[in-house]
Design a protein around this ligand. Structure first.
Ligand SMILES: Nc1ncnc2c1ncn2[C@@H]1O[C@H](COP(=O)(O)OP(=O)(O)OP(=O)(O)O)[C@@H](O)[C@H]1O
Length: 542
């Protein structure tokens, strides 16, 4: 299915609104053409006979035109706002499904460009392309009838009309399609560069790299402007051609009018003026269509890219148990990358407390990513509660697991709302209990607004260590039977770390816990310890 059809198929959820908008628009067009035709006719009669008759139909047609146009604007925009809201939600859901592992900054800029710019381009698909095109098709028989009455040859005027209404827009669409790829890429590139520079502003200042960063953003902007200028030039050329053709068509009707029926000729010329005016926007619509086609392709691609690990066709039901086992698992990130581990087997029995130790780059975080189904083994199996995770739906599996990664995001919101992400129903008492467990309660208590303090973007108002502990508290709050904690004590001093592990044991009683650590300090009551040796895990104690 072509991307444009895919996008339009999403809009069919609002058939009533869209159909009504189309009817009102065609009604306005018909009333406008009738108005001009009647005016021309009675004007010509007045000139010929010296008597001006204003038929009762004339004011009615004028009023109808205004009312139809007004209704079309209201209904059309309502229809399209609903359709766009659906489109954005659909795309966001698709992104969330495909990017569970986090987008990363480069792709965030690109995703934002698609969510905002590309969806905005699609805004015009119905009102500025489809509706005027239907109008042009409706005008064809109307014009044939009017011109034919004037002079047999007058139907020749339909040639410039079709040129303006169909050929020029088609050419414009082709030109815009070639160019829209460049514009889309340039917009995404500009957003990515600007976001990158803004996110890293502190580093930019420390390394005095403002000039280089600015040059990068300006270069991207220049690329975008060049692509837009090219398109605008092409658009202007085609619009000029359409304008000349429209004037030529009207001139032809006037000339033929001298040889035919003058009264019919005046009416025809006025009808033609209205008709050409109605289609003179179509070359721009053609340009827009070319852009919309590319935009639709980018939106559909972003929304329909599958999850990183394919979902099972017939998912197994979630097992009641929560033990985890790796059975002869081998994994590498790409065929041309070395294996991170080979033939790795390890068990995390239900309710056990396990630590995996190893130097940086050994593959500890990769273990967590495999359990969460963000990546899949090259060979071997990972079982959750006895069932191969490949058979389990990723979302249901992740509901069982509370995970604290090495980098976690704190939202620009209050501390309370950041915490409630872990358990939306948690009462204050529970929030303070997890804050105590994560050794950050004192710092929060010292803030003037306590739990209602605003965190700022990425937790900017807390120190790095405090932010990390808040993220840890949020993970502890999640009522999941399995806890995966990747370096939970990063940013803690030795004494606080020891205190953390003391409280941690009580806070996680009964859950299956996997701690991913560089070194073993302060951890007590562990059931198992595994250490990376070469490309596999070896039991260190138990
Ligand atoms: N997305 C990725 N694509 C390609 N290679 C990756 C990716 N993520 C990690 N790696 C590589 O896989 C290996 C294991 O990485 P992993 O993050 O699991 O190590 P780690 O033991 O958690 O390290 P650290 O203690 O520094 O966090 C490393 O050599 C790393 O370069």
């Amino acid at each position: 299915m072509s991307p444009i059809i895919r996008v339009v198929s999403l809009w069919t959820r609002h058939p009533g609104w869209l159909f009504l908008a189309l009817l009102l628009s065609l009604g306005a067009l018909t009333a406008g053409v009738m108005l001009m035709g009647l005016s021309g006719h009675y004007l010509a009669v007045a000139i010929a006979g010296g008597v001006l008759i204003v038929p009762a139909l004339l004011p009615w047609t004028g009023t109808a035109r205004v009312l139809f146009r007004y209704g079309e604007r209201i209904v059309g925009h309502e229809a399209i706002f609903r359709a766009l809201a659906d489109l954005r939600v659909w795309m966001f859901r698709g992104l969330a499904r495909s990017a569970a592992g986090g987008l990363g900054l480069r792709r965030t800029g690109d995703a934002l460009a698609r969510l905002v710019n590309d969806v905005d381009v699609l805004d015009g698909l119905f009102l500025r392309i489809f509706v005027p095109l239907m109008g042009a098709l409706l005008l064809l028989p109307m014009m044939f009838w009017t011109l034919e009455r004037e002079h047999g040859l007058a139907v020749l005027v339909l040639v410039p009309f079709c040129f303006v209404a169909f050929w020029v827009p088609w050419r414009a669409a082709r030109a815009a399609e070639d160019n829209a790829g460049k514009v889309g890429l340039a917009v995404a590139g500009l957003r990515t560069a600007a976001l990158d520079a803004l996110h890293g502003l502190r580093e930019v200042k420390i390394f005095a790299a403002e000039g280089r960063m600015l040059a990068e953003v300006q270069a991207r902007e220049a690329q975008l402007l060049a692509a837009q200028r090219e398109l605008a030039g092409e658009g202007a050329k085609l619009s000029a051609m359409a304008f000349v053709a429209a004037q030529g068509g009207i001139l032809l009707a006037i000339i033929l009018g001298f040889f035919g029926l003058p009264i019919a000729a005046v009416a025809a010329v006025l009808v033609l003026t209205a008709a050409f005016e109605a289609v003179l926007g179509l070359p721009r619509a053609g340009l827009l269509y070319g852009q919309a086609k590319k935009a639709a392709a980018r939106v559909v691609q972003a929304a329909e890219t599958g999850p990183p690990v394919p979902e099972p066709v017939k998912p197994a039901s979630m097992p009641s148990r929560n033990a985890i086992a790796f059975e002869h698992v081998s994994f590498r990130y790409a065929p041309d990358r070395p294996f991170v581990f080979e033939d790795l087997s390890v068990q995390l029995p239900e309710g056990s407390r396990t630590a995996i130790l190893g130097p940086s780059g050994a593959g500890k975080s990769t273990i967590a990513a495999l359990i969460l189904k963000l990546i899949e083994p090259v060979s071997g199996q990972i079982r959750f509660g006895g069932t191969d995770v490949a058979q389990l739906p990723a979302e249901a599996l992740r509901h069982r697991i509370a995970y604290l990664g090495q980098t976690t995001h704190l939202f620009a919101d209050t501390i309370r709302n950041n915490l409630l992400l872990g358990d939306p129903k948690a009462v204050d008492e529970k929030l303070w209990a997890v804050l105590e467990a994560a050794q950050v309660a004192d710092a929060i208590r010292a803030l003037p607004e306590g739990l209602d303090s605003w965190l700022g973007e990425g937790g900017a108002t807390l120190s790095g260590g405090q932010g990390r502990r808040l993220a840890l508290a949020r993970t502890l709050l999640m009522n999941a039977p399995v806890l995966l904690l990747d370096e939970p004590c990063a940013g803690l001093d030795a004494a606080t770390e020891q205190e953390f592990f003391r409280v941690f044991n009580a806070a996680t009683e009964g859950r299956t816990v996997l701690l991913i650590l560089h070194r073993l300090t302060g951890v007590e009551h562990l059931d198992r310890i595994w250490r990376f040796t070469g490309r596999t895990l070896v039991a260190a104690a138990g």
